[in-house]
Design a protein around this ligand. Sequence first.
Ligand SMILES: *Cc1c(COP(=O)(O)O)cnc(C)c1O
Length: 393
Amino acid sequence: MEKTWKPRTTLVHAGTRRSQYGEMSEAVFLTQGFVYPTAEAAAERFIESGPDEFIYARYGNPTVAMFEERIAALEGAEDAFATASGMAAVNGALFSQLKAGDHIVSARALFGSCLYIVETLLPRFGVEVTFVDGADRAQWQAAIREDTKLVFLESLSNPTLELVDIRAVADLAHSKSAQVVVDNVFATPIFQRSLDLSADVVIYSATKHIDGQGRCLGGVVLGTRDFIRGTLEPYLKHTGGALSPFNAWVMLKGLETLDLRCRAQAASALHVAQGLEGHPALTKVIFPGLASHPQHALAVAQMDAGGTVVAIDLAGGQEAAFKVLNALEIILISNNLGDAKSIATHPATTTHQRLSDADRAHLGIGPGLIRLSIGLEDAGDLLADLIQALEAV
Ligand SMILES: *Cc1c(COP(=O)(O)O)cnc(C)c1O
C-alpha cells in the first residue's frame, strides 16, 4: 500500500506506530530502556528482535524507528539508521565499511567536517584517499581503480553549488565494484533521488531541511537492508552515535512539511537568483536553476528544482561582502542552511576558513563569495533586502 503513496502522503503517514492509546500525533518515547514480561522474553529479544521490540535506545527506539521508516519510505530505501548528527551519519557510513589498506575516491568540494574525516582521519587509519574535481568525469575515471572500495561525494557541493553526475560516477564505480556514497544534504530528498540515480548509500544531516526550523541536530544513513543492518548498525550501535528520541520526534514532525517547505524555499531561491543576476555589484550569481549555471542541463536532468541555496560573488571582495552582510535586515548572518529563516554565510572567513588560500581558490571560494540559504519568508521581501544591502557597496 505504502509503495504507491506520493511523497507528501509518505511524509505524513509512513512509519507511524500508534500505541494502545491511538494518539493522533506520534508519541515521543523518551525512554532509554525497555522492560520484558519474563526472563525468557528478555533472552529471546537479545537473540532476535522483531520490528516492535526494542532493547536499548542506543540500538533503537520507537520514535527513532518511526523517523527511520518514514525517511526510508520517502527515499525508496530498504532501510535507514538515524544518528545524533549529520556527521555521525557520515562517520558511520564510511568507518563502518572501511579498513586499513582500502582505497577510496572522493570529490574535493566537501562540507568542512566531511573533508576532515576523508582527508585527515581515514588516512590516519591506513585508508588511501584520491581526491577529484567532482564535476570532471575524466578525473573520476582516472582515479577509480580495481581495488577502490567506495566513492564519496556531495552533489550539490557547498558553497559553490557544483553538481556531480551521479549516474555517470556510479557507472564508473560499479564497473569496479565500488560503492557510491552520496551526502545529499544540499540537494534534499525532495529534489534529488540519489538511489534512483544508482547511488548505494545516501546520507542526510537532518539538522538542515528535515528539521528546517533550527532546533535539533540529527542525521540518517539510507541503503540496502544488508548494509544498514549488517554493516552500519553494528558500528553505530556500539560506538554511540544514536539519535535522541526527542530529536527524532522533532525530525519526524519536520518530515510532514518537508516537501512543502523545500518547494517554497526553492521557488524563492529561483526568484532571488533571477532578481540578482546581472546586478552591477556582483560578478556571479550561482544557482543550478539558472540557465547561466555551467551545469544547468545536468541540474534539470538530475534534480526537480535548483535547490534552496544561492551563492553570490561580490566584485568588491571581502570588504564588500562584509558590508552587504552587515546591511541585511531580514537575512541573518549564520552558518546553518535549509532553515525557515534565510541565512547568509561568508564561507572564506567561517565555514571554509581552515582551508589554505590555494585550496579555497581551487574550489572557487573567493573573498567576495556569500552563500544564501533561502528560507520561508516572502520572496519579494528577501530580494528587496538583498538589493538594499547591495546598495551599501
Ligand atoms: C551540515 C552538513 C553535514 C553535517 O551535519 P551535522 O548535522 O551538522 O553534523 C554534512 N554534510 C553536509 C553537506 C552538511 O551540509
